[in-house]
Design a protein around this ligand. Structure first.
Ligand code: PLP
Length: 418
């Protein structure tokens, strides 16, 4: 029985899959079960940040697998301690503490729980807890009941109501809409510094500064979802620093590229004092407040440590910036009517397509049609919304691979051009 037939028969049909089954990967390339080879500019949707089966990651995983794979957070876990220290000291570079889970959605649930704890500790004037988290149009925060309710996209929530209460959605990058929106029950503002699934839209510096000002004025938490944009992807360790480096968030969530392919998510909570007694925000998530059986186990933490060492040691954030300017320069030189613009920092790039300049097969969006044509020519890319194609190569991608991918993308777009 072919893999596709087994999947159709035995796996819930929640994914619209491409008609290929991948069986092997090395660096920027993957192979399918029929021997087809592809340049991978999808990387498991911004996950394989140092490429497929990087020797350093393979060595870390096999070495740890031979020592200790799992033991429970009932005990000390050495790679977890090292990873938390690396994240705090080298990447966030602000005092705080990390919790490890298994996915991005879970990490956001942790931030939402932190906001609710904060709302209990710093209640409304009448003593009732604050609980509301403000999020933004076209955001994507995940598929658990909490992170789905935080996600301001009805297509993600359809048929799953009643949603978890306590969220309100505001227009993205619109400081004037946000200012009057704060209510007595509001406790936090959560956003992606660069929206990924919503189409690659960076927050403006002015918008972020307005958020900071409102958080100070109304005693709110500022929470960044860096699940897709964090850890070098945007050309800095943390994406918000590419926009407004002076900002100090209260919480950050990550997953995807942190583990380079192993399932790990995490959130960080600041040690900043939230009251006159000097209570640290991070202390609100004390013993018993949150837990995960697998979270931060030795195997995934050893893998993530190898990934972060490679990103920092090879300065892959600098490569992300370098490749960004090369890609932008090439695509703008094409002068293709079907390309409206290229958006995004580092290697979180969106190529926005003009539907009027493309002939798209029935039932396909422009982004899906270009993705299909790229795949047929040996390049994997991924849509971000109906009209944007995302380029998410590994952070160590070479100029040669970028040039090869761009030639395929050009060919794919022109093949569909009206
Ligand atoms: N937040 C952002 C910004 C994401 O891009 C994603 C996944 O695409 C998530 C959260 C959810 O992550 P996961 O699929 O690991 O639960």
């Amino acid at each position: 029985m072919k893999t596709a037939d087994q999947l159709a028969q035995y796996v819930l049909p929640t994914y619209a899959r491409s008609p290929i089954t991948l069986v092997r990967g090395e660096g920027t390339r993957v192979w399918d079960e029929d021997g087809g080879v592809y340049l991978d500019f999808c990387t498991g949707i911004a996950v394989c940040s140092i490429g497929h089966c990087h020797p350093r990651m393979v060595a870390a995983i096999t070495g740890q697998a031979g020592r200790l794979i799992h033991c429970s957070n009932l005990y000390g876990i050495e790679p977890q301690a090292k990873l938390a220290r690396t994240i705090v000291e080298d990447h966030v570079r602000l005092p705080g503490k990390v919790f490890f889970g298994n996915s991005g959605a879970e990490a956001n649930d942790g931030l939402i729980k932190t906001a609710r704890r904060f709302g209990h500790r710093r209640p409304q004037a009448d003593g009732s807890p604050r609980f509301e988290v403000l999020t933004f149009s076209q955001s994507f925060h995940g598929r658990t009941l909490g992170s789905m309710a935080a996600t301001a996209q009805t297509k993600i929530q359809e048929g799953f109501d009643p949603l978890l209460p306590g969220f309100r959605y505001l227009p993205f990058n619109d400081p004037d809409a946000l200012r009057p929106a704060i209510r007595p029950e509001t406790a936090a503002i959560l956003l992606e510094p660069v929206q990924g699934e919503g189409g690659i839209h960076p927050a403006g510096a002015g918008f972020l500064h307005t958020i900071v000002e409102l958080c100070r004025a109304h005693d709110l938490l500022l929470l960044f979802d860096e699940i897709q944009c964090g850890f070098g992807r945007c050309g800095e360790s943390m994406a918000w620093r590419t926009i407004a480096p002076d900002i100090q968030p209260d919480g950050i969530s990550w997953a995807k590229g942190l583990g380079g392919g192993v399932p790990i998510g995490a959130f960080w909570v600041s040690d900043r004092a939230i009251d006159a007694d000097g209570t640290a925000l991070s202390s609100l998530m004390g013993p018993g407040s949150h837990a995960s059986t697998f979270g931060g186990n030795p195997l995934v933490c050893a893998a993530a440590l190898a990934v972060l060492d490679e990103i920092a040691g090879q300065d892959l954030a600098a490569n992300a910036r370098h490749q960004n300017s090369r890609i932008r320069a090439s695509i703008s030189a094409w002068k293709l009517p079907a390309v409206l613009e290229v958006r995004g920092p580092g290697l979180l790039l969106g190529v926005a397509l003009d539907p009027a300049a493309l002939q798209v097969p029935a039932g396909r969006t422009p982004a899906l049609a270009v993705t299909d044509e790229c795949r047929k020519r040996g390049l994997l890319v991924v849509p971000a919304g109906p009209q944007t194609v995302r380029l998410l190569p590994p952070l160590n991608v070479t100029c040669q691979d970028v040039d090869e991918a761009l030639a395929i993308l050009h060919d794919a777009i022109t093949s569909l051009s009206a």
